[in-house]
Design a protein around this ligand. Structure first.
Ligand code: ZN
Length: 71
């Protein structure tokens, strides 16, 4: 049986996270996630961006997976 050791190695460099370089990507991914959430949750009926039901059917399983009411 193998054992996994989580003890830090002495003298190992601690990586630094460049927050200033990550901020634009975090903003971009946040906006993208908001857009995806809009299309999955809200895009139907009166606030539909695209006409027809193609987008609704495309994200239909995601809608049910996230618990949004659908039909
Ligand atoms: Zn449904």
């Amino acid at each position: 049986m193998s054992q996994v050791s989580a003890a830090p190695v002495a003298g190992a460099p601690v990586p630094t996270v460049p927050v200033a370089q990550l901020a634009p990507w975090a903003l971009f991914l946040g906006l993208l996630a908001t857009l995806v959430l809009f299309f999955v949750s809200t895009d139907q009926g009166a606030v539909s961006v695209f006409s027809g039901t193609a987008l609704h059917e495309f994200v239909h399983d995601g809608r049910h997976l996230l618990g949004f009411p659908c039909h």
